[in-house]
Ligand binder design. Structure first.
Ligand code: HGY
Ligand code: MN
Ligand code: MN
Ligand code: MN
Length: 413
């Protein structure tokens, strides 16, 4: 019988930790606003560090602020098994997106402590900086630098809407480490995350065995026309950037609809200048978020959208620039790690199904430098990136038990 056979986490303790963390950076509607590198993020990091130290873990911190809480194994030379996710939230985020993955990593260590079980490989619980990419684009920034895909100085120069840089804010909150980012080697990385979509709940399934992740492009589009009076400028003499943006919003939707069910397209962040009710918009800056599990579809969508934007700009006599601010190709997770997840769900008697992750996760980047897999649990109405995001303690406990078994099987006893 596997040594991990009877391991069960303490669901109440996990839930209490989730609720405790949720008190930091509260939203206005029951969720969270703990954006990366804010004082609230710093407070959440401190709480997590205090819990890790109380569990006997030693905290490492790299130059991108990634946190690594290490539990020694019986073989200190053995490559550690990493487990975690992110503590930062959307501005109108939920209590579980990312946080569940970090705190279940901590909970599995607490459980091993309770049972006085020592794995062979060390275990490292991880908090990746700036997974959300809202304040500083792109998403999964620090895990992308860790994986060697994004350049550290470029990442540290990313600015928020107030013009503050990632690097300066990381220094300001006192969470800039000196460990060179990316210097750590892993045996494997596991991440538990809420599905953030409706499939598991609709099908009444406890566990998502994540085999793949969608690829994505994040484009930033600037349309520049001419500000002028809304009353005295005849329709034929306008260079209306706002009209151009409206047509691009429709274009992105139409292109995504052409590839259903394997595509999504959204324009979520919009800045209209000068945003005055009686001035024709002179400049619009907005983000295009397109995703697909198929690389071919993703690249074709991008091409069609960029060609369409050029036609819209020509027709309206407005100037256009398109910058890529984020991209990764569709991800295929490591078969051995995926099997460890599936075998764990099977052995624990949880219903499970393969699933493709619609959202991006740190695991998508870490998969490039270490064998990686994800576990998903359902969320109510598939809702996330919304303060009403909700899960059940049972779902969290099931996901954590599967995660723990996969981690312990991989770390060996
Ligand atoms: O955008 C994403 O998929 C992630 O939630 N940051
Ligand atoms: Mn997340
Ligand atoms: Mn998110
Ligand atoms: Mn590509």
């Amino acid at each position: 019988m596997s040594p991990a056979t009877n391991l069960q986490i303490d669901g109440d303790r996990l839930w209490d930790s989730l609720m405790e963390m949720a008190k930091i950076g509260p939203g206005v509607a029951g969720g969270n606003n703990r954006q990366t590198l804010t004082d609230e993020d710093a407070e959440g990091r401190s709480l997590f560090r205090s819990w890790c130290e109380a569990a006997g873990l030693t905290m490492g911190l790299d130059t991108m602020g990634n946190m690594f809480a290490r539990r020694e194994g019986t073989d200190p030379e053995a490559l550690p098994v990493y487990v975690g996710s992110h503590l930062d939230t959307q501005p109108t985020g939920g209590k579980y997106d990312g946080v569940l993955g970090v705190l279940t990593g901590l909970e599995l260590v607490r459980t091993l402590n309770d049972l006085n079980i020592r794995t062979r490989h060390p275990i490292v619980v991880t908090n990746w900086t700036n997974e959300e990419g809202t304040r500083f684009a792109p998403a999964m920034l620090a895990s992308g630098v860790f994986a060697g895909v994004l350049e550290e100085s470029w990442a540290k120069d990313r600015k928020d809407a107030a013009g503050k840089s990632f690097g300066a804010e990381l220094e300001r909150i006192g969470w800039q480490g000196d460990e060179p980012v990316g210097s750590r080697k892993m045996k494997a990385f596991f991440e538990l995350h809420i599905e953030q979509g409706p499939i598991l709940e609709d099908e009444g399934i406890d566990i998502g065995v994540v085999t793949h992740g969608q690829g994505l492009y994040w484009l930033e589009v600037t349309l520049a026309g001419k500000e002028s009076h809304t009353g005295s400028t005849p329709m034929y003499k306008r260079r209306n950037a706002g009209l151009g943006m409206a047509r691009v919003i429709e274009l992105v939707h139409e292109v995504a609809m052409d590839y259903q069910p394997n595509a999504v397209g959204t324009i979520g962040q919009i800045d209209v200048h000068p945003n005055s009710r009686n001035i024709i918009p002179g400049r619009c800056v907005f983000t295009v978020d397109i995703r697909s599990p198929s690389k071919e579809t993703l690249d074709t969508m991008r091409e069609r959208i960029e060609d369409g934007i050029d036609l819209i700009a020509d027709a309206l006599d407005i100037d256009v620039s398109v910058d890529e601010v984020g991209h990764f190709d569709p991800v295929t997770f490591d078969e051995t790690c995926v099997r460890a997840i599936r075998d764990a769900a099977e052995a624990l008697g949880y219903s499970h199904r393969n699933i493709v992750s619609g959202a991006g996760h740190d695991a998508c980047w870490i998969n490039r430098v270490a064998p990686t897999a994800m576990v998903m649990c359902p969320c109510v109405d598939g809702l996330s990136h919304n303060e009403a995001e909700e899960i059940s303690k049972e779902w969290a406990t099931a996901g954590a038990n599967v995660l723990m078994r996969a981690v312990v099987e991989t770390a060996g006893i």
